[in-house]
Design a protein around this ligand. Structure first.
Ligand code: GLU
Length: 310
């Protein structure tokens, strides 16, 4: 195992874009500036949307930026048995239950007045206390259950090192989907512990999921890493960056004559780690890295890159 590490854990479902690469850069700089290892994990649980082609393009993009990693790349698709072991532990301790709800039923239950617990699309707890008769009926109807965490309305606090305190009631998150695939929220907890991850640096879209992870760590007897959630990159429309916003992948930028070095400079200056237009290398940024200069606000794709490539 790599000594206590930072990590980057992309889903190999497409090319990495400026948003992902910016997060990867912070994760790598943060780890390396503290002398930590750095591991890469492919979050390819969803075998339909993940592909080895995307995996290799993502690894090449990281390497081209000078972001190196220690040890072999880990693939979640090869670790289902580990996730099932964790599910067995939670189940033995009474922390799981089968959920037969369809998406539509969850939506409807969440908008009903008694679904007050279900803020923000979280699960309203419909199947928490199903009696055996109803469970058998659903099974007889051929409904395949997902498995949920019985979170018992736990209130969890996390202190993110960029955003500060987050305090929420954890919902009964899915641990195993009804097609048998383990869920991200479980796998991430199992893997961060297995890879001895000391700090998790990732996009701040996942900040609200972090209390779920911390609760699961506690229930599974696993350590809680430090959390540093990096602000996202947005398109001109204020929506999280996607290819349609313009020149956002290394390939698209290259078509505009913007090479890797220039892209790195752009990302570094968006993070407050370089002057605009400055030429930098990833290694050269290690000694400049400072957590307190990182912006909490999202970075909007610069106008010259917006929608300039279709
Ligand atoms: N696989 C997730 C993504 O690509 C990141 C998960 C994480 O860093 O915990 O958005």
């Amino acid at each position: 195992m790599i000594a206590a590490a930072g990590r980057f854990a992309p889903s190999p479902t497409g090319e990495l874009h400026l948003g992902n690469l910016r997060t990867a850069l912070v994760a790598w700089l943060s780890a390396r500036s503290q002398g930590l290892g750095f591991v890469v994990r492919m979050e390819d649980l969803d075998l339909i949307t993940s592909s080895p082609v995307h995996e290799s393009s993502q690894l090449s993009a990281l390497a081209a930026m000078g972001l190196d990693w220690d040890g072999d790349v880990v693939r979640q698709s090869e670790r289902f048995a580990r996730y099932e072991d964790a599910i067995a532990v939670l189940t033995a301790r009474g922390h799981t239950y089968p959920c037969y709800c369809t998406r539509r039923e969850i939506r409807e239950a969440s908008s009903a007045p008694q679904g007050a617990l279900a803020a923000d699309g979280t699960y309203p707890g419909t199947c928490r206390h199903l009696d055996d008769a109803l469970r058998s009926r659903y099974a007889a109807e051929g409904r395949r259950p997902a498995l949920r965490l019985f979170a018992d309305d736990a209130v969890v606090e996390v202190v993110d090192e960029i955003h500060g305190l987050v305090r929420v009631v954890v919902d009964d998150v899915v641990l195993r989907r009804n097609d048998g695939v383990p869920a991200y929220n479980l796998a991430v907890v199992v893997d961060d512990a297995a890879q001895d991850v000391a700090e998790v640096v990732r996009g701040d879209d996942l900040l609200s999921s972090t209390p779920r992870h911390v609760l699961l760590q506690g229930l599974l007897g696993l350590p809680t890493p430090r959390y540093r959630h990096v602000s996202l990159v947005l398109g001109a429309d204020g929506v999280r960056l996607a290819k349609r916003h313009g020149a956002v992948t290394p390939g698209q930028l290259a078509e505009m004559g913007i090479g890797t070095a220039q892209m790195l400079g752009l990302l570094a200056s968006s993070l407050g780690l370089a002057e605009p237009g400055e030429v930098v290398t990833a290694h050269g940024l290690i000694e400049r890295f400072r957590l307190d200069v990182l912006p909490r606000e999202p970075w909007v794709l610069p106008p010259n890159l917006q929608r300039s490539v279709s």
